[in-house]
Design a protein around this ligand. Sequence first.
Ligand SMILES: *[C@@H]1O[C@H](CO)[C@@H](O)[C@H](O)[C@H]1NC(C)=O
Ligand SMILES: *[C@@H]1O[C@H](CO)[C@@H](O)[C@H](O)[C@H]1NC(C)=O
Ligand SMILES: *[C@@H]1O[C@H](CO)[C@@H](O)[C@H](O)[C@H]1NC(C)=O
Ligand SMILES: *[C@@H]1O[C@H](CO)[C@@H](O)[C@H](O)[C@H]1NC(C)=O
Ligand SMILES: *[C@@H]1O[C@H](CO)[C@@H](O)[C@H](O)[C@H]1NC(C)=O
Ligand SMILES: *[C@@H]1O[C@H](CO)[C@@H](O)[C@H](O)[C@H]1NC(C)=O
Ligand SMILES: *[C@@H]1O[C@H](CO)[C@@H](O)[C@H](O)[C@H]1NC(C)=O
Length: 394
Amino acid sequence: MGVILRSPFLFVLVLVFASALASSELLAEDALIVPGTTPLDQNGLPVQAHGGGVIRLNDTFFWYGESLKRPMLGDFLSEGVNLYSSTNLMTWTFEGLIFNGTEQMQDMPLGPPFRIERPKILYNAAYGQFVLLFHADTPTFSFPSVGVAVAADIRGPYEWVRAFKPDGLDSYDMGVFQEDDGTAFLVRSINNDFLGISQLTPNYTDTTGLVSVAPRGEGPSIFKPTAKDYYLIASHLTYWNPNPPMLFHASTSSLRAAAWHNLTVPARGEGANTTYNSQSSFVFPLVFADGTVLYIYMGDRWNFAGPGSVENATYVWLPLLPNEDGSGYTLQHADSWRPSDYRDQAWLPLVNDRAAHLANTGLSAAEQAWVDSLVASRKKEQTGNKTVTIAAST
Ligand SMILES: *[C@@H]1O[C@H](CO)[C@@H](O)[C@H](O)[C@H]1NC(C)=O
Ligand SMILES: *[C@@H]1O[C@H](CO)[C@@H](O)[C@H](O)[C@H]1NC(C)=O
Ligand SMILES: *[C@@H]1O[C@H](CO)[C@@H](O)[C@H](O)[C@H]1NC(C)=O
Ligand SMILES: *[C@@H]1O[C@H](CO)[C@@H](O)[C@H](O)[C@H]1NC(C)=O
Ligand SMILES: *[C@@H]1O[C@H](CO)[C@@H](O)[C@H](O)[C@H]1NC(C)=O
Ligand SMILES: *[C@@H]1O[C@H](CO)[C@@H](O)[C@H](O)[C@H]1NC(C)=O
Ligand SMILES: *[C@@H]1O[C@H](CO)[C@@H](O)[C@H](O)[C@H]1NC(C)=O
């Protein structure tokens, strides 16, 4: 359960505001995003989609991720993968638990419960099917592998294929990347020693050998802003505690030949050394109506040392903006923001002045009140090992 449910007043406020927005046909680019909070679904329940990502199908955004993380066997485990849909990135409809590990992963060497982490969904146009891939494991990490399930509809039912060790190697945190031509790649932490990239077979259910390696990292996600530039964002390994983000760049026209270079830390100012108290999960390219793209960083604020711990994890979505000098990308922290604030970001200098940013957000009084109430509900949060008070945006 999310912390924001503690206040019945807030609960009503959020529902009223969300339904008012839904009826006014809000566009995704105008969605008001409040990092460090938890959106509620159509039933008023907090979105449980951790370590996941977003896939856009026509005009619908599907947000998938790990279901509620419950304290179990000394850690936090999810039963499966949840799916939510939205046309505006702000009001979310729960589509269901699309994959239930307890029910479907009976061939694992140990369990249930199982470890179901960092799920990703790809649409395989050639096969007309959706492919769900995730870090599948036993609770004790004794079978670090990739779980695969396939479905004809994104909402399922998903048919369990198997859990396998890609290229015969132990596989932990993972992400996927799909080229425009349909070829797809897996990036995963190999034995927690380094990140390895392999091309997937045409049906996306197997790998065809390691093609590129990058330094050690977790929460890997790849994005490709030009035909010759790949970026790989990842975190360090500090259990559920946050740490600074890492960004690697490969100047190449194919991931098969990617040689990764470490860039400067892609975050600045207060909170930079904890990635604003989050861990990377996915970079979602939001394409505006005019065809320009904004890269949205999706991270999890695991809340390990906060009230309710990982069960109360929230989401941190931030714009990932190109540096003015072409030296890479940098996360732009804001208490609240809209994608449209950054529509012409390619032409903007990197904004690191929060006051200047806030002066430009143009929130209505009702929106400001909504943001303030969400932020106030999360006022005392854990940043690294230190409890800090996060100032409200007023
Ligand atoms: C997207 O639109 C196309 C063309 O209208 C349609 O064939 C397809 O089924 C749609 N996909 C989804 C997932 O709704
Ligand atoms: C998942 O499957 C297990 C085993 O069949 C079942 O007990 C459990 O209720 C299911 N979970 C959900 C959320 O449906
Ligand atoms: C996927 O394709 C590979 C060969 O590329 C094949 O070995 C495998 O059986 C296929 N898997 C499924 C589930 O169709
Ligand atoms: C990349 O560089 C940053 C500092 O710019 C450093 O903190 C990080 O450890 C480096 N990562 C690797 C794998 O060298
Ligand atoms: C979330 O944190 C609140 C505040 O400490 C606590 O009351 C609640 O029980 C927590 N939720 C869970 C699921 O632990
Ligand atoms: C982050 O930086 C602040 C101040 O610069 C410091 O107090 C804090 O301990 C650092 N946290 C981590 C996790 O390094
Ligand atoms: C944070 O806490 C962990 C575990 O207690 C400890 O190992 C680590 O040194 C602490 N880090 C800082 C910056 O205090």
